[in-house]
Design a protein around this ligand. Structure first.
Ligand code: URA
Length: 434
């Protein structure tokens, strides 16, 4: 078999055979296919798509490209969550401790930033000393003792996805349904949790720009998960605005801590409570209202914040950040951006806001770029809010002040202020169950 044949076939819009997909995944895993041919095939898939069968085969091959984790030695009900990627999406940093505080076991493998979206692992690495690479035994021991542990997808779990993810990030080949579904589900199935909540983002900051595309992705992933014997629910949630106010790495860790303290933004708090409620429902079969009350109690009691502290300490991080925000990286420079007229923010291109963070140094432009953990931005207004001329819209943070001019120009271009208030946007648009 030759890679050029697969590229040509997909370019013509043909379905790849099971053997061709297996050949591709094996070649990616063993690194025998050069990046330029892999990228060419990924681009052809972006234009031509893959059918349901191809997507299922791709997922299965990627899942079996490495180890699968057996979590059966962990006492309790194992749960996981995964977001399709957003801007300001620090939900995992709130959901994992909250779920653990409710008695669930969260053995979570997370990713780095992808395209314009941030990644949980990059955010956690803003905490001094935090280890995102642990061996299997230590990972499971921390979950057993504290109820949660978040590590980077190890090289042994879906290694084909690891290669493809890094390449897609820098070749404009992220936002295609079958590539996203197989990427997420291969890792989640290999990671072994009994139940999974998927947070499928939709809107200008999501890979799926319309609710219809998001629903199709949600259904594809719920279907794959269910056929593989897992309990799965997919939330379709708004990403037409960043989630919360902070976008970046250290600034998002701070916002997650504030949320676990009960002082977080309402959208992040609501989404986190809803996801943990769904996890509790799947684990216990109890009513939604009972599960919601349990999640709220874990947040209010401070138990969830204590779980975050325990996880940071167990993973070698400086847990003092929980009480002393000054221990997180802080940018030496800031620039404020103000409104140039009165009105309402009617639109904010959230993908462009994610790219502003990359311009500031918080995201990658090529494979392996180092990140400025202190870079990012803090929104002061979001879509729907009224603004007065001269009022603060956003503060930019960076370690290199030469980055500000381009970032400010891009931010101003992303935001539209008009005289009439837009219709309110719901946070949770739909929930897809098996
Ligand atoms: N998250 C993933 O893990 N993979 C994708 O392709 C998109 C979001």
């Amino acid at each position: 078999m030759r890679m050029i044949e697969l590229i040509e076939a997909k370019k013509r819009g043909e379905a790849l055979s099971d053997a061709q997909i297996a050949y591709f995944v094996q070649g990616v895993t063993e690194r025998t296919i050069p990046d330029y041919q892999t990228s060419a095939l990924l681009m052809a898939v972006c234009f031509r798509g893959m059918n349901k069968h191809e997507t299922a085969v791709l997922t299965d091959c990627m899942m079996h490209s490495g180890d699968t984790v057996d979590l059966s030695a962990i006492d309790g009900f194992t749960v996981d969550k995964h977001s399709t990627g957003g801007v300001g999406d620090k939900t995992s940093l709130v959901v994992a401790p909250l779920a653990a505080a409710c008695g669930l076991k969260v053995a979570k493998m997370s990713g780095r930033g992808l395209g314009h979206t941030g990644g949980t692992i990059d955010k956690l690495e803003a905490i001094d000393g935090f280890q995102t690479t642990l061996d299997k035994e230590r990972f499971q021991a921390i979950v057993q003792e504290h109820g949660l542990c978040i590590i980077a997808q190890s090289g042994d779990i879906a290694p084909a996805d690891k290669e493809l993810y890094a390449l897609r990030d820098v070749t404009g080949t992220v936002n295609e349904l079958s590539l996203i579904a197989s990427s997420i589900m291969s890792k989640k199935l290999a990671s072994g949790a009994k139940a999974l909540v998927l947070d499928v983002k939709t809107g200008s900051g999501a890979f799926m720009k319309t609710p219809e595309d998001a629903k199709a992705l949600a259904e594809a992933m719920v279907d794959i998960g269910t056929k593989n014997g897992r309990q799965v629910q997919a939330f379709i949630t708004d990403m037409d605005r960043p989630l919360g106010w902070a976008v970046g790495n250290a600034v998002e860790v701070q916002e997650a801590i504030d949320t676990l303290r009960g002082n977080g933004p309402s959208d992040l708090t609501e989404l986190s409570l809803s996801i943990v409620t769904a996890m509790l429902e799947m684990a216990s079969g109890k009513d939604t209202a009972v599960c919601r009350a349990e999640a709220e109690a874990a947040l209010q009691s401070g138990k969830a914040l204590e779980k975050l502290r325990a996880m940071i300490a167990a993973q070698g991080g400086d847990a003092r950040v929980v009480n002393e925000p000054s221990r997180l990286p802080h940018a030496p420079f800031e620039r404020v951006i103000c409104a140039d007229k009165n009105g309402f923010i009617t639109k904010a291109d959230t993908e462009a806001i994610g790219r502003v963070c990359t311009l500031l140094g918080a995201g990658r432009t090529k494979k392996g770029d180092a990140l400025d953990m202190s870079a990012g931005l803090m929104l002061h207004k979001k879509t729907g809010d009224a603004v007065q001329q001269g009022e603060l819209l956003c503060t930019l943070y960076a370690s290199d002040k030469t980055r500000f001019d381009a970032a400010e120009a891009a931010f101003l271009q992303a935001v539209t202020i008009e005289s009439t208030a837009p219709a309110p946007l719901p946070l949770i648009l739909d929930i897809v169950k098996a």
